[in-house]
Ligand binder design. Structure first.
Ligand code: NAD
Length: 477
């Protein structure tokens, strides 16, 4: 059985019938576990070879990756390169370059009480890892966790999102061609298949997606006490203070918001702009939209599409709150929604309560730094927070008085790029982190090992205890 055969026929999937796929999925997890138990995945050489193969898979099939992403999300080829193919290649190379040093046991001091002894931290593989990926960056968010899991010496079952079917099908076809067919598997499917998977025992579950499904996944994981990483979302606020460079702020915010048509977990969700500069800021964002995408963004090859008609319908429903000052037009057939600015939005409107996850940007005037901080603090901890200001102390104050998974000062989204910055949420925006070395840490267990020689065995710790020894020890330690 190849990995790709795990995919049920589309008809069975549409009917949501798990029965015929159930045994195949269970068998797949069993194969992954058998490979792990045979020790296939543990050697560093195996891990490095898999990372090289991952890189080859992407590079040799780049055009097919770009085509799948265009089919699923109308993703512009620049965005496919920057946030998907090149991202994955760069990530796999960086991890491979550092893997030996990360995986080497780390010596630590041994306390006097246990001497003579040597103490060290070993990075143990976890076992069989389940990666559940979403649709918005379907390649990056499948293959970057996969690279981390492989680097950790684990067997992996990857479940791509059914909402991005072309990307999912391509992964199911290519992964078994390039990677170890016993240890690395792709299981395609939707709720039924994921439910079947979640009934199995994994050693770690890495889930990226929305908070509602995270609760389902976490409940299933609790049954086996399986540890998890949750990469979730939320409403990432962007604060623009009076002293910000408005030209730069508008350009960077418009870029981060409308990249991938706003379907980015760390996209600026809304802007809190100092009321004294709101007018100028709106005009600058308006100008940026035209400069980026022309007078008719629908005709621009650089603006993506909404992933499905269902998601487009939800977004269109958000437009009724407030004044549409730019955009607001849409086309159901081509899943197009124009880059849109909203003003005068009631704070209890759905667009200000749920994560937008599309190209709609509400602009909310605010009365200075304290009001902006209070606004953020009254709401759930976001995945990202952005502040634009010319003042170092104002930026520091925003960072110190708010909690978010990550943050940028005078930029948006870019904190995902440096390899050594851990990427993850806090509270309702997520649990755990990855990227670079943090991926390796996430997918390994830090095992404490104390190694004691037998040629000497000081009797101090053994009963019968003596007052004299105790006194001596107290003085010594
Ligand atoms: P999605 O609909 O593709 O769902 C994510 C995964 O969960 C899919 O593989 C899907 O098959 C599975 N799933 C769906 N329903 C399920 C169920 N009932 N039981 C088990 N599994 C189920 O993606 P989504 O959730 O719409 O993704 C968007 C959300 O993800 C946003 O909230 C976004 O902010 C967040 N996100 C977070 C990150 C991050 O890195 N923190 C990255 C991307 C997206």
């Amino acid at each position: 059985m190849t990995t790709a055969q795990v995919s049920p026929p589309p008809a069975a999937r549409e009917a949501g019938a798990p029965l015929d796929v159930h045994p195949a999925i269970v068998a797949t997890v069993a194969r992954a576990r058998a490979a792990f138990d045979r020790g296939v995945t543990r050697p560093i050489e195996w891990r490095l070879e898999q990372l090289r193969q991952l890189e080859r898979m992407v590079l040799e099939n780049e055009a097919r990756f770009v085509a799948a992403l265009a089919s699923d999300l109308g993703k512009p080829s620049f965005e496919s390169w920057a946030a998907e193919t090149n991202y994955i290649v760069d990530d796999a190379r960086y991890i491979a370059r550092h893997l030996r040093s990360w995986a080497a046991p780390k010596r630590v001091a041994s306390a006097l009480f246990v001497q003579p002894a040597r103490s060290r931290i070993e990075h143990d593989p976890l076992g069989v890892v389940l990666v559940i990926a979403p649709w918005n960056y379907p390649m990056q968010l499948s293959l970057s966790p996969l690279a981390g899991a492989i680097a950790g010496g684990n067997a992996v079952v990857l479940k791509p999102s059914e909402v991005s079917p072309a990307s999912s099908a391509l992964l199911a076809e290519l992964v078994p061609k390039y990677l170890d067919r016993e240890a690395v598997h792709v299981v395609e499917g939707a709720v039924a298949e994921t439910t079947t998977l979640l009934a199995e025992r994994f050693d770690h579950i890495f889930y990226t997606g929305n908070g509602a499904v995270a609760r389902v996944v976490m409940t299933a994981a609790a049954k086996h006490l399986t540890p998890m990483t949750l990469e979730l979302g939320g409403k990432s606020p962007t604060i623009v203070l009076r002293d910000a460079d408005l030209d730069v702020a508008a350009r960077r915010i418009a870029w981060g918001k409308f990249f991938n048509a706003g379907q980015t977990c760390v996209a600026p969700d809304y802007v809190l702009v100092d009321a004294s500069v709101e007018e100028q800021f709106v005009e600058r964002i308006r100008a940026c939209i035209t400069a980026f995408y022309g007078a008719d963004p629908k005709a621009s090859p650089d603006f993506g599409r909404i992933v499905s008609q269902r998601h487009l319908k939800r977004l269109v429903g958000l437009l009724s709150a407030g004044d549409v000052v730019v955009g607001g037009t849409y086309d159901t057939e081509t899943r197009y929604l124009a880059p849109t600015l909203l003003r005068d939005v009631p704070l209890d409107a759905p667009v200000m309560c749920e994560e937008i996850f599309g190209p709609i940007l509400p602009i909310v005037p605010i009365d200075g730094l304290d009001a902006a901080i209070a606004f953020v603090r009254e709401r759930p901890k976001p995945l990202a927070l952005y502040v634009f200001t010319g003042s170092r102390s104002a930026a520091d104050e925003v960072l110190a008085r708010t909690s978010s998974g990550g943050a940028c000062v005078n930029d948006v989204v870019s904190h995902l790029v440096p390899h050594d910055l851990p990427f993850g949420g806090v509270g309702p925006s997520g649990m755990g982190a990855y990227h670079g070395r943090h991926s390796f840490e996430t997918f390994t267990h830090r095992k404490s090992v104390l190694d004691k020689p037998t040629f000497i065995d000081p009797p101090v710790r053994y009963p019968p205890y003596s007052e004299a020894t105790l006194k001596w020890l107290k003085r010594l330690m």
